[in-house]
Design a binder for this molecule. Structure first.
Ligand code: CU
Length: 145
């Protein structure tokens, strides 16, 4: 009798719910926005604070957006008195910690902006993490702050 009840309860959970639950990231993105740029600019940057409420470090490893050809994780460094951008393969968010992406520092670069960006008021961005999960965010386009 007990076995019979277990089989029935397994069937009651739809397969789609399993897929979504395993693919959705536990990382939270707060205060997300994308910098408004002149129409002649091919690139822009997205900023947000990533919070990791879990017991394990999780890294941001990439992303994509329909408004840009490529999405990369970047940092700004000072070298020989100049400000330079460097491409990072990944960005770790410590367990129970947070990482702030902000102008003049860490950012997510949207490279090769498409025409759809020019008319947009917000950008949908998918962030990919080292634990194979994804986070979809909607970031308004506004002046850098
Ligand atoms: Cu950059």
């Amino acid at each position: 009798m007990k076995n019979w009840i277990m089989i029935v309860s397994l069937f009651l959970i739809p397969a789609s719910a399993w897929c979504q639950a395993s693919n959705a990231s536990k990382i939270q993105a707060e205060g997300a926005y994308v910098a408004a740029v002149p129409a002649t600019d091919d690139n822009t940057a997205a900023y947000f604070t990533l919070k990791n409420p879990t017991d394990q470090a999780i890294s941001l490893v990439g992303g994509n957006s329909s408004v840009a050809k490529k999405v990369e994780i970047h940092n700004h460094i000072h070298k020989d008195g100049q400000m330079k951008m460097v491409h990072l393969e990944s960005l770790e968010i410590p367990a129970h910690g947070e990482v702030k992406l902000a102008p003049m520092g860490l950012h997510v670069m949207l490279i090769g902006l498409k025409d759809s960006f020019r008319k947009a008021k917000s950008v949908e961005l998918t962030l990919k993490f080292s634990d194979k999960t994804q986070l979809k965010i909607k970031a308004p386009i506004k002046a850098e702050e």
